[in-house]
Design a binder for this molecule. Structure first.
Ligand code: SF4
Length: 74
C-alpha cells in the first residue's frame, strides 16, 4: 500500500504522527518523515490519519478504493 504526502500542503500539525506513529513521524517542529510503503495492517490507522489531516495532504492508495483492495486479495 502506497502513501504519498503532499509536503507543500503539510503544515506540520502532526495529527498523522499521533494517529499512525508507525508510519509518520515528526522531525523537529515542522518536518514530516513517513514510510512511503505501509503494511496492510496499517490501513485502518492510515485511513484515520488521512481523514484527520487538516489540510488533506495524505493520499493512501487503498483507502480510496477499498473494493479494489479486497478483490485484489488472493
Ligand atoms: S496531519 Fe497533515 S498537515 Fe499534519 S503533519 Fe500530517 S500530513 Fe502534515
Amino acid at each position: 500500500m502506497r502513501i504519498a504526502v503532499d509536503l507543500n500542503r503539510c503544515q506540520g500539525y502532526a495529527q498523522c504522527a499521533f494517529l499512525a506513529p508507525e508510519v509518520f513521524a515528526m522531525h523537529g517542529e515542522e518536518a514530516l518523515l513517513y514510510h512511503p510503503e505501509a503494511d496492510q495492517a496499517q490501513r485502518e490507522k492510515l485511513a484515520q490519519a488521512a481523514a484527520a489531516c487538516p489540510v488533506q495532504a495524505i493520499l493512501v492508495d487503498a483507502v480510496d478504493a477499498p473494493a479494489e483492495a479486497v478483490s485484489g486479495e488472493r
